[in-house]
Design a protein around this ligand. Structure first.
Ligand code: PBG
Length: 331
């Protein structure tokens, strides 16, 4: 006879069958929570991104195809990132507010085909800047805040004019959310939302993204505007400001290594919280899966579940279409 522990509470009873586990599950993850980031360029071919297997610099045509596949499995929000030709870049990012530029034309094409899709556009100068910074660089190498915000407002209005539903400033300049809100409202775009990159960290996990867009800073780093990875309290201060300035949703980025920050924001703000599972997080999971070191589907689902459990309502993930397909296959 084995000894029996005198235990009244036995948490395992709530895990004894699939039916019970499903009934008591606290968190779910599905395509309705996703924003799918996609890269687009002017070329005719879809070019694979080295450190992001399965992701491409899309042509207009291949982008529409990818959106179609994602839409078919329930993804309803897409974020666009342009890889802009070097010849169009300059020190103040003027191409960022060209109404006839790559992003406005792509937005219009996508919205025409899927009017109910929520299109998110990125506001920042790095894809358009010959310096590869999110803001304008002064001759002595400083990133100029207020001068940059002026350009970001023009960029946001141009995107709204093209039909963008959600404007997502990722630049981390001070005061840009309020300024963009005012600029949008002044032009009559009161229904266009702002998804603020509230706590965007100066992270090395953005490496593959910068390769995808050819947007790495030519000199220096982004530490005078993006947040120090050591700080969490500071994220609450950013959140308070973005709320006051009229943001509709707040974002934490990266996601996986910053689950504590997601949770703190979730506890402090009534606004929806988004989290961005960035290119480096994608690359790590893909690389290990390709080597057979991790089970891709299981670790991807677990990583996204963890981000949702930490408190993210919305998750930006390069796995969006793939997860949609996995879940559709199960149904
Ligand atoms: C830049 C921007 C970056 C990402 C989104 N917008 C890179 C950066 O700040 O250098 C990163 C996304 C990713 O790594 O997946 N405005």
């Amino acid at each position: 006879m084995t000894t029996r522990l005198l235990l009244r509470p036995r948490p395992r009873r709530n895990r004894k069958s699939a039916a019970i586990r499903q009934a008591v599950r606290e968190t779910t993850v599905g395509p309705e929570h996703f924003i799918y980031p996609l890269f687009v360029h002017e070329g005719e071919a879809a070019i694979p991104i080295g450190a992001m297997p399965g992701c491409f610099r899309h042509s207009r045509a291949s982008l529409l195809q990818e959106v179609e596949r994602a839409y078919a499995v329930g993804v309803r929000m897409v974020a666009l990132f342009p890889a802009v030709d070097e010849s169009r870049k300059d020190s103040t990012g003027t191409e960022s507010y060209n109404d006839d530029g790559l992003v406005p034309r792509t937005v219009a094409a996508v919205k025409e085909r899927w009017p109910d899709l929520m299109l998110v556009t990125d506001v920042a100068l790095d894809p358009y800047s010959s310096d590869g910074h999110d803001g304008i660089v002064s001759p002595d190498g400083r990133i100029l805040n207020d001068e940059t915000v002026e350009v970001l407002c023009k960029q946001a209005v141009s995107q709204a004019r093209a039909g963008a539903d959600i404007i997502a400033p990722s630049d981390m300049m001070d005061g840009r959310v309020g300024a963009i809100r005012d600029a949008l409202d002044a032009e009559g775009f009161t229904e266009v939302s702002i998804l603020a990159y509230t706590a965007k960290y100066a992270s090395a996990f953005y490496g593959p993204f910068r390769e995808a867009l050819d947007s790495a800073p030519k000199s220096g780093d982004k530490k005078t505007y993006q947040m120090d990875p050591a700080n969490a309290r500071e994220a609450l201060r950013e959140a308070e400001l973005d709320e006051e300035e009229g943001a509709d949703m707040l974002m934490v980025k990266p996601a996986g290594p910053y689950l504590d920050v997601i949770r703190r924001l979730r506890d402090e703000t009534p606004l929806p919280v988004a989290a961005y599972q960035v290119s480096g997080e994608y690359a790590m999971l893909k690389a290990a899966a390709e080597r057979g070191w991790l089970d891709e589907r299981k670790v991807v689902m677990e990583s996204l579940l963890a981000i949702r459990r930490a408190g993210a309502d919305v998750v930006l993930t390069y796995f969006a279409r793939q997860v949609g397909e996995w879940l559709a296959g199960e149904a």
